[in-house]
Design a protein around this ligand. Structure first.
Ligand code: GLU
Length: 476
């Protein structure tokens, strides 16, 4: 056996899952969850995770969408073993580059008589569908070009008449398979019309390229959206005709918005890019998606390898999953509150004032982190700590007035002497006899303009030199 063949054989023996997006838009949460589940299934079973870009429909596929989804997958941490940028003998992993592989398979099917050219125009097909619907029948291809004579086919092809290639669905068959999520499935071939596997422009249609690529890439398990469940019998027929192995399919429920409609832009942020740009943490997104339609006894924020250990396709629900932003926020809090100081600084970097010393920036981020869920929540604290002294009104102004000049004079002196917050509070206490909230709240208002917030000690340590003393001295 040649070296390449041996490697390929080993690759096949390992089994694989895959994610096969069509780059027609941004990666939305539903597809991200599909990618995650396939990734976890692969890692759980030590299988390969393949990424295949389904870009045969040139009119709808865009390079920028491909780039965007690669970036989103990397951000989520869903690294692929084979796919764009990780080509191997089973590639290429862009379907637009696999025309030669498809051509070979088309010829095989043509030789068997399993397919035929169809010359029906879009208009004729639409008219047939219309008539079937009017007669109360499910629309399917009426078989117009199925029995054309060889001569007639040759004549039309020779005359340059555009033709698709249709798969001849065998009559009277029952197609059965066990879905990983929905269990036993059974379809009658007579309910399936002959379907297009090659478009008139020569490109491979979804049913075909998707099925033959799974076989060619050694894919053994597929988790995909429920909307593909009824495509599966067609794909099984193609694989059977070609003598290719079929993967085990599992069709996962849709994600619905709070109003019960499929999650979409209408519900606000729905794409991974939007969540990333808002400052959501990838570990929050994957931990949330892990629990969306997948039940688990794991209630902690887990890293991807631990999620893989806990993933069980038996626990995938059949009912639609409901997206709940509050739940995502809960995971986001867990993720943010666990960030190491340097990671928190990187996360908030875009908002921090330019030229801030790295040490100060890190200490500031650590100080405000308990009060932050999204980066935008840090903004008020950035303004308070590094901006001009905040003014006081209402309750704050009253409390500061009541505490009195002596109180603030002592506090300001301690600050000017380089004292930390404990020293400032001790000085104010000695001067006024105040303690507890009577001591701390006037100080907090004077220093930050607010009556609540992160611990004052760490905040004061990162304030520009002399700033705490100046703020306190205003009320002396
Ligand atoms: N390109 C198809 C989609 O994005 C893939 C379906 C599948 O996973 O088989 O819906």
């Amino acid at each position: 056996m040649a070296e390449m063949d041996r490697t390929t054989a080993r690759t096949f023996a390992r089994g694989a899952t895959r994610f096969a997006p069509s780059p027609t838009g941004e990666l939305h949460l539903g597809n991200a969850r599909t990618a995650l589940f396939n990734y976890l299934l692969a890692r759980h079973g030590a299988e390969r995770f393949v990424l295949r870009i389904e870009d045969t429909d040139a009119s709808r596929s865009r390079t920028e969408h491909t780039e965007g989804l690669l970036e989103d997958l990397r951000w989520l941490g869903l690294t692929w073993d084979a796919g764009p940028g990780r080509e191997d003998a089973l590639g290429p992993y862009y379907q637009s580059q696999r025309a030669a592989q498809y051509a070979q398979r088309f010829v095989e099917l043509e030789r068997q008589g399993a397919v035929y050219p169809c010359f029906c125009s879009a208009l004729e097909l639409e008219a047939a569908r219309h008539a079937q619907r009017a007669a109360g029948r499910a629309p399917r291809y009426p078989g117009t070009c199925r029995e054309l004579s060889e001569d007639e086919r040759r004549r039309r092809l020779g005359a340059g008449q555009p033709a698709t290639l249709r798969f001849r669905v065998p009559a009277g068959r029952r197609i059965e398979f066990t879905d990983l999520v929905h269990g036993a499935q059974s379809f009658l071939s007579d309910d399936i019309g002959d379907f297009v596997i090659r478009r008139a422009d020569g490109s491979a249609a979804f049913f075909f390229s998707n099925a033959v690529d799974d076989a060619a890439m050694g894919v053994t398990q597929v988790l995909r959206g429920e909307d593909h469940l009824t495509n599966t019998p067609r794909q099984l027929l193609i694989l059977e005709a070609l003598g290719l192995p079929a993967p085990r399919y599992g069709h996962i429920s849709l994600i619905l918005g709070s109003d019960g409609a499929p999650l979409s832009k209408r519900h606000g942020a729905a794409s991974v890019r939007q969540f990333r740009e808002c400052g959501y943490r990838p570990e929050a997104v994957v931990n949330y998606l892990f629990r969306l339609g997948h039940s688990s006894n794991e209630h902690e924020l887990l890293a991807l390898d631990a999620l893989a250990g806990a993933f069980d396709p038996q626990h995938l629900g059949r009912a639609p999953a409901h997206f709940d932003e509050q739940q995502l926020t809960v995971w986001q809090k867990h993720a943010v509150h666990r960030l190491a100081p340097e990671a928190a600084r990187d996360w908030l970097a875009a908002r921090l004032p330019a030229g801030l010393e790295p040490y100060t920036a890190t200490a500031f981020c650590a100080a405000v982190l308990p009060n932050v869920v999204l980066p935008q929540d840090a903004q008020p604290w950035i303004d308070i700590v590094f901006g001009p002294a905040p003014g006081l009104a209402g309750e704050g102004a009253d409390l500061v007035r009541e505490a009195g000049g002596e109180f603030f004079a002592a506090a300001a002196r301690a600050a000017a002497d380089g004292g930390d917050f404990a020293a400032i509070a001790a000085a104010a206490r000695a001067a006024s006899g105040r303690k507890g909230a009577h001591l701390y709240r006037p100080l907090r208002f004077a220093l930050t303009g607010l009556g609540h917030g992160p611990e004052l000690g760490p905040l004061l340590r990162v304030m520009p030199a002399g700033e705490a003393a100046r703020r306190l001295a205003r009320f002396a």
